[in-house]
Design a protein around this ligand. Structure first.
Ligand SMILES: Cc1cc2nc3c(=O)[nH]c(=O)nc-3n(C[C@H](O)[C@H](O)[C@H](O)COP(=O)(O)O)c2cc1C
Length: 294
């Protein structure tokens, strides 16, 4: 089946599936396997301290895939950066942005804090800027700043949490009404039903985070992968971490962990989402060979 959405059209990817950004994990082998399987792999720039290291990773990407991929710039909110001494500012990435543009990369994601300066640089270079945020207010503001798409992370998800965060259902159905630009669903999605549901709610693509940590290409440790497979998402402590903002800064999976039941390759993961989604569509009586959200 051909998958045709505003995001596949804009990026040229086969499926409306985007890799999350990952501090620690978002490196070339992982990202390239995602792109090679038909999604949009993402290199997470925060993992590279110097411009030389970043350039070397891009060179590695060139050897591993000829498909399109993106780069993420995660920006630490200034008050947290000042308090903890961790994370990076928007300005600290500007040279990295130039390197990636020069390398011919077309799609960029920013996250966690506003990134209008990077957005403007990308606009001037004819590239696409997708901003990821946790609230509708920030999504509206990214659209105003010129973002080409926004990813909104639902409360079921992990990463930066916000007391005003909504569920993926509220985010997508409302974003479809309030925003003109394409929207990407993230948060708690780990199987074909969640994927299709997000598209039905109005998403133009789905971003996977937790669900792809226990894959063969993911550089997460085996013990972390095993822990995700065993995670009881209905456990009270886990539930509180996710829904009552007790996540702190720990690298923990989200509610999507409920769908992690085997360690498979990225290709198997994406194929499984698509094959099962197509089966569900056929079961509903969908007969054409093209799925389109236009
Ligand atoms: C271990 C881990 C590290 C992450 N690191 C980042 C990061 O550096 N920048 C970012 O924008 N999001 C980060 N995220 C969030 C993901 O990119 C994605 O938005 C989120 O995982 C989506 O929710 P899900 O896990 O329910 O799929 C991270 C998520 C995990 C699980």
């Amino acid at each position: 089946m051909i998958w045709n959405t505003r995001i596949t059209k804009l990026t040229g990817i086969q499926y409306p599936i985007i890799m999350g950004a990952f501090v620690g994990l978002g490196r070339a082998e992982f990202a390239a396997s995602f792109s090679n399987a038909g999604g949009l792999g993402i290199l997470t720039a925060v993992n590279f301290k110097t411009t030389e290291e970043f350039q070397a990773e891009i060179d590695k990407m060139k050897k591993l895939t000829n498909k399109s991929y993106g780069v993420n710039f995660s920006i630490m909110p200034p008050e947290i950066r000042e308090r903890t001494g961790r994370g990076r500012s928007e300005d600290s990435y500007l040279e990295f942005v130039d390197i990636a543009i020069d390398a011919g990369i077309k799609v960029f994601t920013t996250s966690a804090y506003k990134a209008a300066k990077i957005g403007k640089k990308l606009y001037d270079a004819g590239c696409y800027w997708f901003h990821k945020c946790a609230t509708m207010k920030h999504a509206l503001s990214a659209e105003k700043d010129g973002a080409d798409a926004v990813t909104i992370v639902g409360l079921e998800g992990t990463g930066f949490k916000n007391p005003l965060q909504n569920s993926t259902l509220v985010n997508m159905t409302m974003a479809r009404k309030l925003l003109k630009i394409p929207i990407i669903a993230a948060g708690g999605i780990g199987d074909a039903r969640g994927f299709l549901a997000a598209l039905a709610m109005g998403a133009d693509a789905v971003c996977f985070g937790t669900a792809i940590i226990p894959t063969k290409e993911s550089p997460a440790s085996n013990s972390w992968k095993e822990a995700l497979l065993k995670q009881d998402i209905f456990d009270e402590k886990f539930h509180k971490k996710i829904f009552q903002f007790r996540l702190k800064d720990s690298a923990i999976g989200s509610m999507a962990a409920g769908h992690c039941d085997e360690i498979i390759s990225i290709k198997e993961f994406i194929d499984k989402i698509i094959t099962n989604a197509e089966k569900i569509l056929k079961g509903w009586g969908y007969q054409t060979n093209e799925f389109t959200t236009f």
